[in-house]
Design a protein around this ligand. Structure first.
Ligand code: MG
Length: 264
């Protein structure tokens, strides 16, 4: 099942996407799936990021091929960093290339979306805390990542946490999905979540041992090899098997500086 958030006349709605039609839900999907009679063509709604996370937990160096690319070994425990809620962006929304950065990279990832409030979840119960899965682009200012020694700035700009185009509740085995990144139609990253050192259920269980996970929170599970730069005017696509394609244009930050983020 594909769960969507979308705009109708500036109002945020939740729905279920079936084919090219969106059936509206009475309440956010975290509160149960109660369908309403209203059905709209997908082409007539504007899709938003399918969740509004209180935090985005991102995993560094989870893929064997990416660890080789970065000339480092896989960590014994997951490497965790956070993106602020203001970094959220949705499908088709422009990713803003900051004037402060000299290199802007794509990182195609599978995102786990939390469905219920949880803490200290045993591994064998982690699946019950997961609402579904989405594509994620962990946009990174690579030069600032190296310069700063920690990643808050490099990973935290507005529009650097791209989530969508929807939440797929059953993409198949989440630990065996092809992950692809294309830039202007050219394949840049191609791997499979079976290359991850830490799988989805493990990451939920592990992360819940350090902080409370809220409905809509996101765990981005890391990126495979093939990270590379993007430029204003490019179009980047993250595709995850069984989910769909998350597509965004890159634009330059305006000379006067960016406006405040509108997180709907
Ligand atoms: Mg990443």
């Amino acid at each position: 099942m594909r769960l969507v958030r979308y705009l109708v006349h500036d109002d945020v709605r939740y729905g279920v996407l079936e084919g090219d039609r969106v059936q509206e839900l009475l309440r956010p999907y975290f509160e149960g799936l109660t369908p309403m009679k209203t059905v709209r063509p997908l082409a007539e709604v504007k899709l938003l990021a399918p969740a509004r996370p209180s935090k985005m937990l991102c995993i560094g160096l989870n893929y064997r091929d990416h660890a080789r690319e970065m000339q480092t070994s896989l960590p014994e425990e997951p490497v965790l960093f956070l993106k602020p809620a203001t970094a959220l962006a949705g499908p088709e929304q422009p990713i803003v290339y900051p004037t402060m950065a000299a290199r802007l990279d794509h990182e195609a990832e599978l995102a786990v979306v939390i469905g219920r409030r949880c803490r200290s979840v045993p591994l064998d119960e982690a699946g019950r805390c997961i609402l579904g899965y989405a594509c994620f682009n962990d946009v990174t200012a690579r030069d600032l990542q190296a310069k700063d020694g920690q990643w808050t700035r490099a990973k935290g700009f507005d529009t650097f946490g791209v989530l969508g185009p929807w939440i797929e509740t059953d993409p198949g085995d989440p630990n065996r999905l092809a992950v692809t990144c294309r830039l202007n139609g050219q394949v840049r990253q191609q791997s499979n979540t079976d290359q991850c050192a830490f799988n989805c259920q493990y990451l939920v269980s592990w992360a819940s041992r350090l902080m409370t996970l809220e409905p809509g929170d996101v765990i981005a599970t890391g990126t495979p090899a093939g990270i590379g730069p993007m430029q204003p005017g490019d179009t980047v696509e993250v595709e995850v098997e069984g989910i769909g394609i998350l597509r965004n244009p890159i634009v330059a930050e305006p000379d006067k500086g960016a406006k405040p983020a509108t997180i709907l």
